[in-house]
Design a protein around this ligand. Structure first.
Ligand code: GLU
Length: 309
């Protein structure tokens, strides 16, 4: 059991690649309930760094959906597209520490590097970056920089981080990942110039003073990377709770990519139905007569189940 942090601050951080669907509402509701159950603040951050994937207007549509569900934020939303200077400053600090380096490799270069090491083609995928452009291997050797990567092994050794990195999730319990072996030198700034999710989320969680991250379980395996980055940047690590995923008819995770339908919250009934479905996924009791009475009851149920965890 970990103590409730003083001055709880939570957030919901949707990517505006479409409106909320049944799966994303679960994360929104859970993070809101956790903040309310702790008497804390709840923030909304629009994670629009991956601009090609963003759908125009989806940000405001999401904010309207949250409002229709009674999930009120305590501060004005942030847009990550307005935070580029903070990401650039963070990358600069990592570069100066010798913990981030430019990489010239294309996907084909990475495959070729694995092939040269005798790793069969079908086993290249999902492998960490082979380290071709690491400074100790000669760096760019005259090639043009594309992406920027974290020198994960250097950070882990310099800071004496445990291998594997062990972290605690309030729902999933103790988790562990060997970050260097599993993901290696991950990207901080992409070849197309866009900021990587890992860097943006870590910088903004700290800048917003987030004490508690509550989000979908599909993001759980990003957490060790984020903890390494937090340590590299001297930022605090929030507590984490990853919520159950909503599955489609064939057991697959419901997501925009596999055609999850946006929630149509035309009236109070529709909003209550959507909330009740999300609450059921979270193991909360059935709804009350109205939306606000239901939210009230779920805060109490959530507090009982999660506040001390
Ligand atoms: N923007 C991410 C997403 O919508 C969530 C980030 C997070 O909660 O850390 O999948």
């Amino acid at each position: 059991m970990s103590a409730t942090p003083a001055g709880y601050r939570g957030r919901f951080a949707p990517s505006p690649t479409g409106r909320l669907h049944a799966g994303s509402l679960v994360a929104a509701l859970a993070s809101w309930l956790d903040a309310r159950a702790h008497g804390g603040a709840w923030l909304v951050r629009i994670e629009d760094v991956d601009r090609p994937r963003c759908v125009p207007g989806a940000d405001h549509a999401i904010l309207a959906q949250l409002a229709a569900c009674g999930l009120s934020a305590d501060e004005p939303p942030w847009w990550q597209s307005q935070r580029e200077a903070a990401y650039a400053a963070a990358l600069q600090r990592l570069v100066e520490a010798g913990w981030a380096y430019p990489c010239a490799c294309t996907r084909q270069d990475i495959e070729a590097a694995w092939a040269a090491r005798g790793v069969p083609r079908e086993r290249h995928r999902g492998r960490p970056y082979p380290g071709t452009c690491r400074p100790e291997h000669g760096g760019l050797r005259g090639r043009a920089p594309r992406a920027w990567r974290l020198h994960a092994g250097r950070v882990i050794r310099a800071l004496g981080l445990p291998v594997p990195l062990v972290w605690h999730d309030r729902r999933l319990g103790t988790q562990a990942q060997d970050v260097e072996a599993a993901v290696g030198d991950f990207v901080l700034r992409r070849a197309d110039g866009l900021w990587a999710y890992q860097l943006a989320v870590v910088v903004d969680d700290a800048a917003q003073g987030i004490t508690d991250v509550v989000r979908g379980e599909d993001l759980a395996d990003n957490t060790p990377r984020q903890i390494v980055l937090q340590r590299a940047l001297g930022l605090p690590t929030p507590r984490y709770l990853h919520t159950p995923l909503v599955c489609g008819d064939h057991g697959e995770k419901l997501s925009k990519q596999n055609g999850a339908q946006p929630l149509e919250l035309r009236d109070a009934h529709a909003a209550l139905d959507a909330l009740a479905a999300a609450a059921a996924v979270l193991g909360l009791p059935g709804p009350a007569a109205t939306r606000d009475a239901s939210l009230h009851g779920w805060i109490a149920a959530w507090r009982q189940r999660w506040a001390a965890r």
